[in-house]
Design a protein around this ligand. Structure first.
Ligand code: NAG
Ligand code: CA
Length: 224
């Protein structure tokens, strides 16, 4: 009975968007199971911008944001590639690597990625700095039933997790838009100023479901 009640409560939580302003997800241990599944407010994307902040001390491959559809397991993936020492966006299973960033352990990093299907260009922003634009994939939308997961990297829609690509650490301020955000808006996000919140995923009204040991806590504030 207790279990049933808990189940009902969990289900109710998952269905209601929550305001995570000032909060973060903590992924405190390495597993091939613990993750957060985010519910997108829409599907079929002719363009995408995804922003997030993360903090980790991993020195191996790890996922930061994994969006899969039945068509492509890596339909929109942001990945740290340890071999190439670069941040690797994947779009429609095509990968490109951005090297040369100071992706230091044990500090917060803000990363935004934009892509649009018309030009096929991808661009990354790392701690306030824009990368060059690179061609990755053009001519068709990201479409089909969308599954977005933090903490694990999908090799198939909703599954195929690999402990060696899992994320441990903290993650916050996850937003997704179905258009290319302007450089000014991205700068505002980077600097923690007021910006236009995501219209596909909004941190202040996030629908999500936690599986395994992932916790929500307040972000540490500086004492004054
Ligand atoms: C691609 O997505 C946009 C919305 O972002 C939509 O207007 C357009 O019709 C889609 N294109 C195709 C070919 O489905
Ligand atoms: Ca994988």
């Amino acid at each position: 009975m207790k279990f049933l009640l808990l189940l009902v409560m969990l289900t109710a939580c998952a269905a209601t968007p929550q305001d995570l302003s000032g909060k973060m997800f903590i992924f405190p241990e390495q597993t091939s199971t613990a993750h957060v599944r985010l519910t997108a407010s829409r599907q079929d994307f002719g363009a995408v911008t995804v922003c997030h902040r993360s903090f980790t001390d991993l020195n191996r491959d790890h996922t930061l944001f994994s969006l899969a559809t039945p068509n492509f397991a890596n339909d929109f993936l942001i990945f740290w590639d340890e071999t190439n020492k670069g941040i690797a966006p994947h779009i429609k299973n095509v990968k490109t690597v951005y090297k040369g960033w100071d992706y230091k352990s044990n500090m917060w990093h803000s990363i935004c990625t934009t892509w649009d299907s018309e030009s096929g260009l991808v661009q990354l922003w790392f701690d306030g700095q824009p990368s060059m634009k690179k061609f990755i994939s053009s001519g068709s939308n990201i479409s089909g039933s969308t599954i977005i997961i933090l903490g694990q990297e999908q090799d198939s829609s909703g599954g195929g997790f690999d402990i060696k690509q899992s994320f441990t650490g903290m993650m916050s301020d996850v937003h997704m838009w179905d258009y290319s955000l302007s450089p000014c808006e991205i700068e505002k996000y980077m600097e923690g100023l007021n910006f236009t919140p995501g219209n596909v995923l909004t941190w202040s009204a996030l629908e999500f479901q936690i599986t395994g040991r992932v916790l929500v806590e307040d972000k540490q504030k500086n004492c004054d």
